[in-house]
Design a protein around this ligand. Structure first.
Ligand SMILES: *Cc1c(COP(=O)(O)O)cnc(C)c1O
Length: 388
């Protein structure tokens, strides 16, 4: 079965919900048991069955079943945010005195978690050049427990050789985690490429409508799933059944949305690449991108999020261009139906990012008509050139 067919059918059960096509929203704290004995035995199946509101209602399980099927995992866990997805995936595997490897291009708040929180608990992080492949093995120490990955990287879009990194990490007994939000499991099967836990900010493409915040992590084995689930439970992680319903709804149209968005993104990225104002477009699907070969080898599609590098633009000229776009909103988060733009400054410690030489814009392409978006960008460059 192909993924779009799968996503039209998983995570619902009309036979048990009086014929409704969709899984209803079940809201619950208390779950009633037929006897004290049944209540006493609830722990045996607490993660696989409905037993207390914070462990999920049938709506939660419908969503985790759907994502788990798409990822090809042994179990998925929903979290309160994409960031919680990243932090809850790290926590089960590190203790005081341990070490983890994190790509220099990691999503900023994940870096914040390592630097500001894990460090206080005696866990040390080394940031590595995201373009390292099997050579990462040289950075693995006796106390390294986790190799974190994210491809392409946040803001700077470096691709990673996930199978090579996973091979090296596994030889040294490390767990491999991946923030797979950009491609989603639709376009990159992280678990099949050696990742142990695949993480999604469901806030982005899975929900697709900029109306909620959620994370979902999927484990390759039952044991990894239980460690993840135990950690999320101990941290009191809970996700609203209403939001689970919305993400389940988002998944139904995700293949169609992503197909349209990536097609438009590629057209726009190629157009931008040919503009005289643009130095470079950071987008692995472009043949000119240094990560193109890896992307083509391992991924079957692309997120509609990319970077555009301009020679340093003075503040007022940048404002003249950005503040007057008709369709590109200025805002964080991405993956919704509306196009967004943001000027950003990547914080890097391994590969120095020279902020004084470039202006970096990040575009998220939505579902608007591509010609309208191109006309909007063209007007923006006209304003920029007038202001320069
Ligand atoms: C947005 C994002 C997150 C965090 O998701 P939230 O739901 O906003 O916490 C994590 N990783 C990546 C790559 C993201 O873009």
């Amino acid at each position: 079965m192909k993924d779009s067919t799968l996503l039209s059918h998983v995570g619902r059960d009309p036979a048990s919900t009086r014929g409704t096509v969709n899984m209803p929203v079940y809201r619950a704290s208390t779950i009633l048991f037929p006897s004290q004995e049944a209540y006493d035995k609830r722990g045996e199946r607490r993660y696989d069955d409905v037993c207390y509101g914070s462990f999920g209602t049938p709506t939660t399980f419908a969503l985790t079943d759907a994502v788990n099927a798409l990822e090809g995992g042994a179990g998925s866990v929903v979290m309160s945010s994409g960031l919680a997805g990243c932090t809850m995936a790290i926590l089960p595997f590190v203790s005081a005195g341990d070490h983890l490897l994190v790509p220099d291009s990691v999503y900023g708040p994940t870096r914040g978690f390592c630097d500001l929180l894990l460090r206080r608990f005696g866990v040390e992080t080394t940031y590595y050049d995201p373009t390292l492949g099997a050579e990462i093995e040289a950075l693995i120490k006796a106390n390294t427990r986790v190799v974190f990955t994210e491809a392409p990287g946040s803001l700077t879009f470096e691709m990673q050789d996930i199978p090579a990194i996973a091979g090296a990490a596994h030889r040294q007994g490390c767990v491999v985690l991946m923030d797979n939000t950009w491609a989603t499991p639709l376009y990159f099967k992280a678990l099949a490429h050696g990742v142990d836990i695949s993480i999604q900010a469901a806030t982005k493409y899975m929900s697709g409508h900029s109306d909620l915040v959620m994370g979902i992590a999927t484990a390759r084995t039952r044991d990894l799933y239980l460690r993840l689930k135990d950690t999320a439970a101990l941290m009191g992680e809970i996700t609203s059944p209403d939001d689970c319903y919305l993400v389940l709804r988002g998944l139904r149209s995700m293949p169609a949305r992503m197909r349209a968005q990536q097609e438009s993104a590629l057209t726009i990225a190629r157009w931008l690449e040919a503009r005289p104002e643009v130095e470079r477009v950071l987008y692995p699907p472009l043949e000119s991108d240094p990560g193109h070969a890896l992307w083509k080898r391992d991924f079957t599609g692309a997120g509609a999020l990319f970077g555009v590098l301009l020679p340093k633009v003075p503040g007022p000229a940048l404002a003249a261009m950005m503040d007057k776009y008709r369709y590109f909103g200025i805002g964080a988060s991405w993956g919704g139906y509306e196009s967004l733009v943001l000027a950003c400054r990547p914080g890097r410690t391994v590969s120095r990012w020279d902020d004084s030489a470039h202006t970096l814009l990040r575009f998220s392409i939505g579902l608007e008509d591509t010609d309208d978006l191109l006309a909007d960008l063209e007007d923006g460059f006209r304003r920029l050139n007038t202001a320069l």
